[in-house]
Write a protein that binds this ligand. Structure first.
Ligand code: SF4
Length: 126
């Protein structure tokens, strides 16, 4: 029987509980270290299907500023995180943009949109 313990730092609140997921023969047999249900769920999620929100900026023309802040509408699988950032590097929007406007729909087929996180009016910037 092979037993492993993987540790995670819960980011659910400033307490920062140290979480442990114990496996025996690749089956989860225990989750420890959490102080609330949220921490237990985070440990299981992080261990079985880690996901990350993507927040970044994309280029924009005709706007007041040269970059438009954007984010995903939900966390994406961690193994796709870099590809999402890479895909957004080639995006160029055009002002005006409204908060919540879809910048890229269903990015990389992940079922998640990327949306603007602020208004961007037309301007004499770039
Ligand atoms: S387990 Fe609960 S109390 Fe501990 S850091 Fe996570 S959210 Fe906070």
């Amino acid at each position: 029987m092979t037993s492993t313990i993987t540790t995670y730092l819960c980011i659910g609140c400033p307490l920062g509980c140290r979480l442990e997921v114990e496996e025996e023969d690749a089956q989860i047999v225990a989750v420890r270290g959490f102080s609330c249900k949220r921490g237990e769920e985070y440990a299981l999620q992080e261990h079985t299907d880690p996901r990350r929100m993507v927040t970044t900026t994309v280029a924009i023309t005709n706007g007041r500023w040269a970059r438009l802040p954007v984010k995903t509408t939900a966390a994406v699988p961690k193994e796709h995180e870099r590809a999402v950032y890479a895909a957004l590097r080639s995006v160029v929007m055009r002002a005006p943009i409204r908060l919540g406007d879809v910048v890229v729909g269903n990015i990389r087929g992940l079922g998640v949109d990327v949306v603007a996180t602020r208004d961007m009016s037309e301007g004499d910037g770039v």
